[in-house]
Design a binder for this molecule. Sequence first.
Ligand code: XMP
Length: 510
Amino acid sequence: MREKGHQTILVLDFGGQYKELIARSVRGLKVHSVILPGSTSAEEVRALAPIGIILTGGPFSVYAEDAPKADPELFGLGIPVLGICYGMQMMSAALGGEVLPCKVSEYGTTEVAVTAPCVLFDGVKSPMRALMSHTDYVAKTPEGFRVTAVTENCPAAAIAFDERKLYGVQFHPEVERTHGGKRLLKNFLYKVCGAVGDYTMDAYIESEVKKIRDTVGEHEVVLGLSGGVDSAVAAALIERAVPDKLTCIFVDHGMMRKNEGEEIRAAFGGRSLRLVCVDAADRFCSKLAGVTDPEQKRKIIGEEFVRVFEEESARYKGCFLAQGTIYPDVIESGAIGGANIKSHHNVGGLPKESKFIGIVEPLRGLFKDEVRALGRKLGLAESIVGRQPFPGPGLAVRCLGEVTKEKLDILRDADIIFREEMARSKVKADQYFAVLTSVRSVGVVGDFRAYGYVVALRAVRTSDFMTCEYVRVPYTVLDRAAKRIVDEIPGVGRVVYDITGKPPATIEWE
Ligand code: XMP
């Protein structure tokens, strides 16, 4: 498969939780990868002409009635295959082997011993620690296969049929906890599939720039800058392709963090694209007056945002609409044929009545870390590309109860202090911020009674933002941040630290 000019590895999804990790690991090794449903037919695969196929794990037992199966003809295409966990069991069953329930299931890291030379294990130390997570195992390998590695409880931890380039591993080479896993994947890509390592950011930029130019032609492009990483990188890439045809609309709803609006203006003003900043803070604030229900607040902001953007973009009839949709948005929306986990507002094309003539989504094939790397390549400031996730409704969901300008200003000041102290401390955290609670408490300042807001600080570690742990921020850092917040911000009387994980809490407070 030479989509966009790259060799491609096809990752066929059988429901395993690591499919994105596999696809990202392959790309990290400079080979392009795409995820498609496990049900993709051999004919479709042949048409795509990948240099190799990886079958993911999955939560099924191969003999279960509803167990997903690969098209058996896949194994006769002459394309190298690596089956991982369920992928290996399913391939074995399809080719005449036998899969049985384990006497002892293996969960967690286990010692894997390589028992026969195999190209996959070139340069991999044996024994190695590897992540196993299975209740079935390959009890009899299909004809032509040989066992190349074992564990104490698994007589076939890796199998190979070298002549047909079919391989299977019962463990997960894609996770960090498997020692030598990256090397094993690299061996599969480069020594088995003949990868040349042609998937680089430069190559991506070059092919996307050409694609954008071909799509846009003589038309104009309009893009909504949200302040987040994705729309910013999409803007920089489109500007690279069609510098004088891009207009970026930045709707400032007044709920951005301190200096954020200025950072956007600094990053995108003075370039060849046209930046239109819409100061809609008063408009949003008045819509939110008296509203305390979190869902209601989100709804009002979402609707108002669409309204302002539509009003502003109304004058760009006959233009393309550009969006910062990224690959996980596409996967989650089921747009590639998988399960629809969550519909993304920006996946699914233009509404019928739209005045735009088409969509440009140049990040549609990229994972988040790739988007950041691309942004750096395109010269965007670290304050933009390294930005933490920030909710669409902005500080409104961190300003509990009614949102007022006074409360937003207090929150912005507390938030920047905490962020400065965290950044200075180099404590590892994936997201951290301040929350302005709607609680006020009594204190003393000098000889006077004070009655100020309670500010909560939150710092979390997470890789997927679906779950998180709170960060054990050292007391010295919390101490400095808390002192500065109460000293520097009139109206704050107390500072607390949130020590709740997700679940049961969420990362945001509303
Ligand atoms: P929760 O609070 O659900 O947040 O644990 C998980 C992650 O999502 C971010 N978040 C949002 N992002 N629009 C967004 O684009 C939203 O409405 C929104 N709400 C939460 C949150 O900051 C965290 O990273």
